[in-house]
Write a protein that binds this ligand. Structure first.
Ligand code: SAJ
Length: 431
C-alpha cells in the first residue's frame, strides 16, 4: 500500500502499545486510546511503567515522532480500529466483556469502508458471536466494513523483535477483509502474512499457546518420572531433542503468565468431552507448585516453623510480570502448611504478596532457598556468601538454573526439580 492510514488502537497494554508505536513509526497517524487515565499519564511521562526497554524506547520514539497521540476518547475519523483488550478467564470460563465493550464502543464510529481488527486472543467463534452482534446491535451493517481477526503472537521479553519479524495469521470475515488488514500489517512487519477465515485464525492462536502448555506438561511429567528412575530429566530431554523431530520444553514449577494458563480453557470450555489431553495438561501444570511444596517437605517438615526464602516472583525469567506466577501459588500452599516465606525479585515490582527489599533481607535466617525464576540476575549468586546468612543450607532449584555442584561444595543440600536423585524414589521394574 505505502499509503498512510489513520489508525486507532484501543487498549494500550503489552500488545496494543507497541503495536500502536510500530504503526506510527511506519508512518501511519495513530491514536492510542485507553480507558485508564493513569496509564495515559504514565505514557505522557515517558512510559516508566514499561519495563521491557526496547518497548519503552519504541513508544517514546513514536510519541516524540508525533505520529502517535494518546486519547481518552475514541476518535471518530480513523479508517482502521484495532482492538487490543484483555480476555481473562473467571473460574476457567472466558470473560469476553472487554471485547464486547470495546466492540460496542467502536461500533457507532464505524463508517462504510472502515477496517475493524481484533488482536485480542479469543475463543474460536468470538468474532461471529460477540463482535459482529455488538456491531449489529449498534445498527452497523457488518457487510459494509472489513472485519478481521489478527491475533498477536509476540513473547514478553522479545516483543519488539517479534512484532517486526514474526509471521502473522489474519482471518477475514468475508472475501477481501483479510487482504485489507494484510495491507496495513505489511507496512510494519517483515514476517510472512497468511490469510484465512476468522474462526480459523481464532483457533490457530489458541492452539499455539495450548501446544506449549501440553508440551510443558509433558516435560513436567517426564521430570517426575525421571526422579523416580534416578535419571536427570534435563539431560534426557536435551539428548532426546537432538533428534530432528523432537522438541520437548523444560520442566518447571508451573506455568504462569496471562496467556498460556488461560488460553487452553478457551478450547476445553468449548467442548469438555473431546479435550481430555488439554485438560490433563492443565492439571499437570497446575499441580507443579504442589510438587515443589512436597519436595520442600522432604527436608523441612510442615508446621516446623521453617522459613522459606523464595527467589523470583515473576512468571518467567527476566520479565517483571507476576500475573499467574507459580510463586504466588507456592506461597499460598506453603502458608497453608505453616511455613513462613520471604520473596525477593530484582525485576518484578508489583506482586500480590510482599517483596523483600533486598536479597539479604529475604535470605536472613531462612531454612531453605527456593529458586523459582531463572532471572539473569540470579545466575551469579554466590553460595559461599549466602550460606552464612541462612539457618540451614538447603537449595531447592525448580528450574535447574543454578550450578548444583558449586552450591553443594558450599555445604548446601541441593534438590533440583527433575534432577538426578541419589535416592531414586521408587525404581519401577517390570514384573
Ligand atoms: N515455561 C516452562 N517451561 C518452558 C517454557 C516456559 O515451564 O520450557 C513456563 C514459563 O516459566 C512461564 C510459562 O511457561 O511460567 C509461559 O511462558 P512462555 O515463555 O512459554 O510464554 P508467554 O506466556 O510469555 O508467551 C506466550 C507465547 N506463546 C507461544 O510461544 C506459543 C507468545 O508467543 C504469545 O504471544 C503469548 O503467550 C500470548 O500473549 O499469547
Amino acid at each position: 500500500m505505502g499509503s498512510r492510514m489513520k489508525v486507532c488502537v484501543q487498549g494500550l497494554g503489552y500488545i496494543g502499545l507497541p503495536t500502536a508505536a510500530m504503526m506510527a513509526l511506519a508512518g501511519h497517524e495513530v491514536v492510542g486510546y485507553d480507558v485508564d487515565a493513569r496509564l495515559l499519564q504514565s505514557l505522557e511521562n515517558g512510559a516508566p511503567h514499561v519495563k521491557e526497554e526496547p518497548v519503552r524506547a519504541l513508544v517514546v520514539g513514536a510519541l516524540n515522532g508525533g505520529h502517535l497521540t494518546l486519547s481518552d476518547t475514541l476518535p471518530a475519523d480513523a479508517e482502521a480500529y484495532i482492538v487490543c483488550v484483555p480476555t481473562p478467564t473467571i473460574d476457567h470460563k472466558p470473560d469476553l466483556s472487554f471485547v464486547q465493550a470495546a466492540s460496542s464502543a467502536v461500533a457507532p464510529l464505524l463508517r462504510a469502508g472502515d477496517l475493524l481488527i481484533v488482536e485480542s486472543t479469543v475463543p474460536p467463534g468470538t468474532m461471529d458471536r460477540v463482535v459482529v452482534p455488538a456491531l449489529l446491535a449498534a445498527g452497523v451493517d457488518p457487510d459494509t466494513i472489513a472485519i478481521a481477526h489478527c491475533p498477536e503472537r509476540v513473547i514478553p521479553g522479545a516483543i519488539v523483535k517479534e512484532l517486526r519479524e514474526n509471521s502473522r495469521v489474519i482471518g477475514g470475515r468475508k472475501p477481501g477483509d483479510a487482504e485489507r488488514a494484510r495491507t496495513l500489517y505489511a507496512t510494519f512487519t517483515s514476517g510472512a502474512i497468511f490469510t484465512t477465515d476468522t474462526v480459523t485464525a481464532e483457533l490457530v492462536k489458541v492452539i499455539e499457546n495450548t501446544y506449549r502448555d501440553v508440551n510443558i506438561a509433558f516435560a513436567n511429567e517426564l521430570a517426575l518420572l525421571s526422579e523416580e528412575l534416578g535419571v536427570d530429566a534435563h539431560e534426557a530431554i536435551a539428548l532426546a531433542n537432538n533428534h530432528p523431530r523432537v522438541n520437548i520444553l523444560s520442566p518447571g514449577p508451573g506455568v504462569g503468565g496471562h496467556c498460556i494458563p488461560v488460553d487452553p480453557h478457551f478450547l476445553s470450555n468449548a467442548n469438555p468431552f473431546v479435550t481430555e489431553l488439554i485438560q490433563t495438561a492443565r492439571r499437570i501444570n497446575e499441580r507443579m507448585p504442589h510438587v515443589v511444596v512436597r519436595r520442600i517437605g522432604e527436608y523441612l517438615a510442615p508446621r516446623s516453623g521453617a522459613r522459606i526464602a523464595i527467589l523470583g516472583a515473576a512468571y518467567k525469567a527476566n520479565v517483571d510480570d507476576t500475573r499467574e506466577s507459580p510463586t504466588e501459588r507456592l506461597e499460598e500452599l506453603l502458608h497453608e502448611r505453616g511455613y513462613t516465606t520471604t520473596v525477593f525479585d530484582p525485576v518484578a515490582e508489583r506482586y500480590r504478596g510482599m517483596l523483600s527489599a533486598s536479597l539479604e533481607d529475604a535470605l536472613r535466617d531462612a531454612d531453605a532457598v527456593v529458586l523459582m525464576v531463572g532471572h539473569d540476575a540470579f545466575a551469579e549468586l554466590d553460595p559461599a556468601a549466602i550460606g552464612p546468612l541462612l539457618r540451614r543450607r538447603l537449595l531447592i532449584d525448580t528450574r535447574a538454573f543454578l550450578p548444583a555442584e558449586r552450591w553443594a561444595a558450599a555445604g548446601f543440600d541441593v534438590y533440583t526439580l527433575g534432577g538426578k536423585r541419589r535416592d531414586p524414589l521408587h525404581f519401577v521394574t517390570a514384573s
